[in-house]
Write a new protein. Structure first.
Length: 141
């Protein structure tokens, strides 16, 4: 972290022993250890906050990109729908207009149903001749 060699740490410890004294040195060392631990936790908290902010910025950029692509997709879909709607309306308008009638059909006579026979057939068997054969056989007998 501070790039201090082991020999430099021994020199610092000897100077602290001479200046502080052997009675207060353990208490001071403990306090320095606690302060150093707090400093390390603070530095790690700052690093994690910075990393979170960086990730948050990246996520915001990605969100903006996704929103822009969604907007462009939405606009292209709406354009397609409007063009399809106009084409459909044009097709419906063309279908509603009557087609021109050719002259040959106009000149032709209107359709008339076939004439109905004036006298309905009384017995279909007579038409087939079955009754006529029976009547002749009775006359000859």
């Amino acid at each position: 972290m501070f790039d201090i060699a082991f020999s430099e740490l021994i020199v610092i410890a000897l100077v602290a022993l001479v200046i502080i004294g052997p009675e207060r040195l353990p208490r001071v060392a403990r306090t320095a250890g606690h302060l150093l631990g707090r400093l390390q936790r603070y530095v790690s908290d700052v690093k994690s906050d910075i990393n979170r902010e960086i990730q948050l910025e990246e996520l915001k950029k990605m969100q903006q990109q996704v929103e822009e692509s969604a907007r462009s997709l939405e606009s292209s879909v709406t354009q397609e729908f409007t063009s399809m709607e106009t084409q459909l309306n044009q097709s419906l308008a063309q279908a509603d207009t009557p087609a021109p009638v050719p002259e040959s059909i106009e000149a032709a006579a209107p359709f008339e149903p076939p004439p109905q026979p004036e006298t309905p057939a009384t017995a279909p068997q007579l038409e087939l001749g079955f009754d006529a054969q029976q009547a002749e056989s009775k006359k000859t007998a």
